[in-house]
Design a protein around this ligand. Structure first.
Ligand code: SF4
Ligand code: SF4
Length: 313
């Protein structure tokens, strides 16, 4: 068994060995700064029809309400930035880079479970729960508090030297560890993300109206896409990377090393015509284990039809 002083270094070393890009730790406590921000965002209906965002309000601000005896929140980043040669060319229909490979929920859950099991083997009888992009946990707020980056004007977490193309996950555990501190904001006077957003979803610096975001229209919305946004979705048929692609900090993004995030080799060769004719069989083949399955074949073809023939206003 490890000495108390060695617990935190052990966790960070194991996290790196499991392929996580960074690991930061915070005391599990009420997120005081986030409470008014979350309340305001919900009050203005910026969650659109994502009703799940309104649930568990108290739980989302205090992990001790979520996990019995919670003492520490361990935040972990996993890079998904595809190598340039694996990215789709700009002149075809686009899916968000995070959805190229195997659904991150499965990939990360496996790694988190391994990390927790290793902690239990080396540290002792630890209780904990794993969270991946899970509504009750404000993952950006925890990662920020743990010094893994700052929350930029596009509301993504940005890490100096790495950018923002990564997933954030948490392990909430019932032992005290050594805690990290936040870093400063390096957005400065830049407004590239605000200027580039085609739907003006970034309504002011640090505020994204989720109900105006292309990710919402192409993934979350189950009904018809409103005609008012005809022509504004560009080539995006699943998610949108624009406010990350234009962020100068993503010049530092390095290709991921996770084989499970590798796209199907045919994805980057699809022309706009191929997309318009995509069959159910090809959809299943290309996105067998990808998060794109969230929209289903019907949802993706709805999006393809919408961006290919945008309604006239
Ligand atoms: S993801 Fe796209 S639509 Fe959403 S805020 Fe960023 S640029 Fe705007
Ligand atoms: S594009 Fe500029 S303003 Fe937007 S998040 Fe990046 S650095 Fe900040």
């Amino acid at each position: 068994m490890l000495l108390r002083a060695d617990w935190t270094p052990f966790i960070k070393r194991r996290a790196a060995e499991l392929g996580f890009m960074a690991c930061g730790i915070s005391k599990a406590e009420f997120l005081e700064d986030e409470a008014p921000r979350l309340e305001n965002w919900l009050r203005h209906g910026m969650n659109g029809r994502m009703a799940y965002m309104e649930n568990h309000f108290d739980m989302r601000l205090d992990p001790r309400r979520l996990v019995d005896g919670a003492k520490s929140v361990i935040s972990l980043l996993l890079n998904y930035y595809p190598a340039p040669e694996d990215q789709q060319p700009a002149d075809t229909l686009q899916i968000s880079k995070y959805a190229y490979g195997r659904d991150y929920h499965f990939v990360i859950k496996d790694k988190l479970k391994t990390l927790l099991a290793d902690m239990q083997a080396e540290i002792g009888d630890i209780g904990g729960r794993c969270f991946v992009d899970s509504a009750p946990v404000l993952d950006r707020a925890w990662a920020k508090k743990s010094g893994l980056g700052w929350v930029g004007k596009n509301t993504n977490l940005i890490t100096p030297g790495s950018g923002s193309f990564y997933f954030i996950a948490e392990l909430i555990v019932d032992v005290e560890l050594d805690y990290d501190g936040a870093i400063r904001d390096y957005c400065g006077t830049c407004t590239k993300c605000l200027d580039a957003c085609p739907t003006q979803a970034i309504t002011e610096p640090y505020v994204v109206d989720g109900s105006k975001c292309i990710s919402y229209f192409t993934i979350e919305l189950k009904d018809q896409i409103p005609t008012e946004v005809g022509g504004q979705l560009g080539n995006w048929v699943f998610g949108c990377d624009i406010c990350q692609d234009v962020c100068p900090w993503n010049r530092f993004a390095k290709p991921h090393q996770e084989p499970q995030f590798q796209a199907h080799p045919d994805l980057k060769n699809l022309t706009p015509g191929d997309w318009r004719e995509i069959t159910h069989e090809l959809f299943t083949e290309l996105f067998r284990q990808s998060a794109v399955k969230r929209t289903g074949y019907a949802g993706l073809t709805r999006n393809i039809a919408f961006v290919s023939n945008p309604p006239e206003l």
